[in-house]
Structure formats: C-alpha cells, structure tokens
Design a protein around this ligand. Structure first.
Ligand code: SF4
Length: 176
C-alpha cells in the first residue's frame, strides 16, 4: 500500500525528456506531434499542475504530445529497465493512468494511451481501458481510506515489489 502512496506522491515530481533525434524517436515508437507541455528542471517557467478535483489528484506529466489522435502523456524513467515480462511496472501504470485522467479532465481531449520511456531504450504503452481506469479509481479510494487511518498494512505477498520499492528501508512490513 505504501508503494501506491509513493507512486501517487510522485505525481508532483517532474523531470523531462524528449531531446531525442527524430530517428531515435521513430526507433522508440514515440509518436509524432507537437509537444504542448513539458516539465523539466531547466525550464525557467514551471508548467501548471494538472488537477482533478473529482478524484483528488494533482500532477505534472513529464511531457504531453498532441497529434491527430489526441494528447499522449510521456513519462521518462531514466534509470529503470523495462519489465522483462512486458508492460510496465505497477507503480508506473498507476502514475500514467493518473496522468491520462488528469489530461482528459484538464484539456477535455482524447487520450488514446500514455507512454513510459525506460532509460531512453524502450517505450511501453499504457491503455486507459475501462478495467485499468476502474483499477486506478479503486486504488485512489483505497489511498483515501488509508490516509484516514493510523497504520497501513501491506496489501500483497510479492517480494519483487518490496525489492523494487523506494520505501523499503523505512517500511516495517517489507518482505526483503
Ligand atoms: S517495502 Fe513492500 S510492503 Fe513496504 S511499502 Fe514497499 S512494497 Fe509496500
């Protein structure tokens, strides 16, 4: 559970990207389009925080690309390797789904999918399927409930999740 809290907390942290050549972008299958938003420490003016009052979410995506399909959030994970089994890690899934919801509500436009760019090596898609959105909303409800209680118990038995968790040093329920 703390992992999920950390993932949602990370929504307010921006880095940025996309100083890649066209050739590299094509190789990574990053879509063409206009970069309409980016959050990078070198920027003099910080982009606005996207807010969903409905879900109680706030966040700054790394980058938003607008093209004929809509707006595509791109999230950069500089150091992480993509999961060997395919897809993205659960905390990245939560993060990108949350950005998809925020972008939909802020811009009122289609968001066909989001991307996680792992170490400038591979871009993996996150689709806002009804199942994924329902999963995200369930997690948000769980986080809200947990914030109202004094202790939060581990909600899984997966050693790999604890192994990759940034909270494990201070977590008294870590499996590693
Ligand atoms: S170390 Fe494990 S139990 Fe603790 S917050 Fe991280 S994932 Fe959850």
């Amino acid at each position: 559970m703390l992992l999920l809290l950390a993932a949602l907390g990370a929504l307010v942290v921006g880095v940025l990207l996309l100083r890649l050549s066209q050739r590299r972008k094509r190789a990574l299958r990053i879509p063409d389009g206009d970069v309409v938003y980016q959050d990078h420490e070198s920027q003099r003016v910080s982009p606005p925080t996207l807010v969903s009052e409905r879900l109680g979410l706030r966040g700054k995506p790394d980058c938003l690309i607008r093209n004929a399909d809509g707006i595509i959030p791109v999230e950069l994970k500089k150091s992480a390797r993509p999961p060997a089994r395919g897809g993205v890690y659960p905390n990245h899934l939560i993060q990108v789904l949350a950005y998809i919801v925020l972008v939909r509500e802020h811009y009122g436009e289609q968001v066909p999918y989001g991307l996680v760019l792992y170490g400038n090596e591979e871009a993996r898609k996150v689709h806002p399927t009804p199942e994924n959105i329902a999963w995200l909303e369930g997690i948000i409800a769980e986080v809200k409930r947990a914030r109202g209680s004094n202790t939060v118990d581990r909600s899984h038995q997966q050693i790999s999740r604890c192994r990759g968790c940034g909270m494990r040093q201070s977590c008294d329920q870590s499996l590693v």
